[in-house]
Design a protein around this ligand. Structure first.
Ligand code: GLA
Length: 390
């Protein structure tokens, strides 16, 4: 959708003919490092060129009017700066409302209301972080409309706070960080404890990253996400009775193997095993990528999926079917689910000249098992959340 047409929509929907400001926040994929962020480990995400546009102008009163081209049936959702608390009836608009409220509570002076139209081309429920994208799109728009100057990592943390405290999902920092700090053609290796990060150029020679959408929707709020998090916390508490550690991310695989008997519950032990091994794989992945060892990088992706399937148990028939179909194709170096799991998307590293055949074959095998089709996109790594000049 062109920006010019979004501006026309904005003007028609709000009967507001000022020239609006335009903002964009991407979605994200995670190359590797899944369910490690809230375990004090590393993640390796990248912001993609799909994302959320926000078109906005300030108002002279304190009304805030939201409209989404993705939820046109909800019409304009109107509230005011004094009424920003969570309201089920406001459905999707709770994400930007939550961001606004969190920014105000953080001390930022928002001096008037505004009109805003959103349009996202990230498929909803695909696990590419449409919610973090809308949070960060709102963050940058509020920052610019009200001449605030907010440290970007701080804004990222405010986005996470929205998920944790306002929406009620105990998610980690990965999504908001990838979206707020993304850089064209780079992935970010992030230490989720210290927030130290390294940009790694994604130069994949004659390979591309394919995003495979299972089209099995899921919302984090009703998934087993919070349950996994509690299982890991329990495992950590068992280990802490003997070991002086603050997170599972501090354990090497060797230390884990020597101490895993301290975890009393079998399920919790499997969850912790994933967190520890996945963390090691993630650090290794940066090394392999830097050395252009794409084969080895691909193998780590495969191992990550297997661990998420058997030890962390967050895949499901759709993700397992699509990833296994991908593994079988010629020219594929590796494939795994990406994001929280339970549906949503997987990624595969595919040789450029095999892409067409790959899509046809994987789709056919997927449809055979699952009964409906998958969707494929070529991932392009774009910039993080920003104002757009037009
Ligand atoms: C979701 C959460 C992230 C992260 C991933 C799993 O995307 O929002 O914080 O935990 O799941 O890696």
């Amino acid at each position: 959708m062109e920006i010019a047409s979004l501006i026309k929509d904005f003007q028609a929907i709000f009967s507001n003919f000022e020239v609006p400001h335009v903002f964009f926040a991407p979605g994200r994929i995670n190359l590797i490092g899944e369910h490690t962020d809230y375990n004090g480990g590393y993640v390796f995400p990248a912001s993609i060129s799909f994302g959320t546009y926000a078109i906005a102008t300030k108002r002279s009163d304190n009304k805030v009017r939201f409209y989404s081209k993705n939820f046109e049936e909800n019409g304009i959702i109107e509230t005011s700066l004094d009424h920003l608390s969570y309201n089920k009836a406001h459905s999707w608009a709770n994400y930007p409302k939550g961001m606004l409220q969190t920014m105000i509570e953080d001390g930022h002076e928002i001096t008037s209301g505004f009109d805003v139209l959103y349009y996202g081309n990230i498929p909803n429920g695909a696990g590419l972080s449409s919610s973090a994208s809308i949070e960060l799109a709102t963050g940058v728009l509020v920052e610019h409309l009200f001449d605030l100057s907010i440290d970007r990592i701080h804004m990222v943390q405010l986005g996470q706070q929205v998920e944790n405290d306002y929406i009620g999902v105990n998610s980690g920092i990965m999504d908001q960080f990838a979206i707020g700090m993304g850089k064209k053609d780079h992935a970010i290796l992030l230490d989720c404890t210290t927030l130290d990060y390294t940009y790694a150029p994604i130069a994949l020679e004659n390979y591309v990253i394919m995003i495979m959408n299972t089209n099995k929707r899921r919302e984090l709020a009703d998934s087993k996400y919070n349950e996994r998090r509690s299982e890991c916390e329990r495992a950590l508490q068992d280990l802490q009775k003997t070991l002086e550690i603050n997170s599972l991310g501090e354990l090497t695989t060797e230390a884990f193997e020597n101490n895993k008997h301290l975890i009393s519950n079998d399920t919790d032990r499997k969850r912790a095993k994933h967190a520890v091994y996945e963390n090691e794989r993630t650090k290794q992945a940066l090394k392999e990528l830097e050395a252009q060892n794409l084969q080895a990088f691909g193998k780590l992706l495969d191992q990550s999926h297997t661990s998420l399937q058997h030890d962390y148990e967050v895949t499901g028939i759709e993700l397992d079917t699509i990833v296994k179909a991908a593994w079988k194709q010629p020219g594929v170096l590796g494939a795994r689910m990406t994001g929280a799991g339970f549906g949503g998307c997987a990624i595969a590293l595919v040789k450029t000249d095999e892409v067409d055949r790959f899509k046809t074959k994987v789709n056919a095998q997927y449809k055979d098992v699952v009964g409906y089709e998958a969707t494929f996109y070529m991932a392009t790594i774009g910039d993080g959340a920003k104002k757009i000049k037009f």
